[in-house]
Design a protein around this ligand. Structure first.
Ligand SMILES: Nc1nc2c(ncn2[C@@H]2O[C@H](COP(=O)(O)OP(=O)(O)OP(=O)(O)O)[C@@H](O)[C@H]2O)c(=O)[nH]1
Length: 356
């Protein structure tokens, strides 16, 4: 089953909307890891700066303090940001500052050591970037900026003819390796995300009507019950009248069409609330933020709109609407709404019964 779904996902083209959603999700999950990378980078730079500055007898300069201040400001911004696309900009600014800072520190080393240290610094930045939650453009910007600022062939390069080919080949190798790792990691995470979404949709959506199923309804309503006690809340049970007759007279397929039509009507009338197909020909609606009169008007509107639905066979619905008291649980509310629904059925169907 897993393999079937996996191959289904791999065949699909992933929409831009889902990609954006994945990037935000990836950023949120790896936010603390990204912060760790930034903090460790600052510490490493600080340590190297201290060693190089004191070995060269310069002491700790005001420029180092300035760099530390910019690092701290960017790290604070990165810690505060909640949007992936803002993080990409902050991360790039951090890489620019780090590149300039690293170059400054490396300039303090003997000429013969500089190219190797520039390559080490650039490789470290790129290696970290492969694991960071970045979009493709954000990753390639980091790659470009890193080699512009930490290019071992730029600046005051000593004689290293015999090493020149190595200083060209090794950065090329590191770049290709980073691109390869980033690409594969990125795609693996993206497809895992798409697969998790597909499986979740299948677990929480009703396969026939496409609206949320009972499991989803119970989870969401329980969360809402715990979250918000400040507004008036109601639970409605909706049941199609004489649905067995529809199946018997027109067949199961037409019965399925009727179920879908009613579900779509509930969604178009009350989609801003929690709605679900609870099972069979029964639906649930959880409403909030209105008076009891308004809730009854909304139910009445749904009832008449369903009765007026075009297409054959015409069906009606019965509804039981229960008002939620502060201390009531979801199962108590379901029982209360079910009793009100039973009264609607008992009193002739195609009506709304309100249980205060
Ligand atoms: N087509 C179809 N029928 C279903 C589905 N799930 C349940 N049913 C049918 O829904 C019918 C429910 O019938 P009953 O519970 O007797 O209720 P009813 O005929 O609607 O009568 P009242 O509720 O008393 O108005 C049964 O015939 C079930 O087979 C489904 O997914 N598709």
């Amino acid at each position: 089953m897993f393999k079937t779904i996996e191959s289904e996902v791999l065949k699909q083209r992933i929409s831009n909307e889902l990609r954006t959603e994945f990037l935000q999700h990836d950023f949120e999950r790896l936010h603390s890891f990204s912060m760790l990378v930034l903090y460790v980078s600052i510490c490493m730079w600080f340590l190297l700066d201290l060693i190089v500055s004191f070995q060269a007898g310069q002491g700790f300069s005001y420029i180092s303090v300035l760099y530390l201040a910019v690092f701290a400001a960017l790290a604070a911004l990165a810690a505060l940001t909640r949007k992936a696309r803002h993080f990409y900009v902050i991360n790039l600014l951090f890489v620019i500052t780090f590149g300039l800072g690293a170059r400054m520190v490396i300039e303090g080393l003997p000429n013969s050591l500089r190219p190797a240290w520039l390559v080490i610094a650039a490789s470290t930045v790129l290696y970290s970037a492969t694991a960071m939650p970045l979009s493709r453009p954000a990753f390639f910007s980091v790659l470009a900026v890193t080699w512009v600022l930490l290019n071992p062939l730029l600046g005051d390069v000593p004689d290293f003819d015999e090493r020149r080919s190595l200083l060209v080949c090794y950065p090329l190798f590191i770049s290709a390796l980073s691109v390869y790792i980033f690409h594969h990691l990125h795609n693996a995470k993206l497809y895992n995300y798409a697969m998790a979404r597909l499986l979740l949709d299948q677990a929480y959506l009703d396969a026939l009507t496409g609206i949320p199923n009972r499991r989803s309804f119970m989870t969401r309503v329980t969360r809402r019950l715990n979250e918000d006690t400040s507004t008036e809340r109601y639970l409605a049970m909706v049941d199609i009248d004489h649905f067995k007759r529809v199946n018997d007279a027109y067949g199961h397929d037409i019965g399925d069409e009727v179920l879908t039509r009613v579900a779509q009507k509930i969604e178009s009338e009350l989609g801003e609330f929690e709605i679900a197909r609870l099972g069979g020909e029964e639906f649930g609606i959880f409403l909030w933020g209105m008076t009891a009169e308004e809730a009854q008007v909304r139910m009445e509107r749904l009832r008449s709109a369903t009765a007026a639905l075009p297409g054959k066979p015409a069906v009606t619905i019965s509804l039981g609407l229960a008002h939620l008291t502060v201390d009531s649980t979801l199962s108590q509310m379901l029982i209360k709404a079910d009793r009100a629904l039973y009264d609607s059925k008992h009193n002739g169907r195609n009506r709304v019964t309100y249980a205060p």
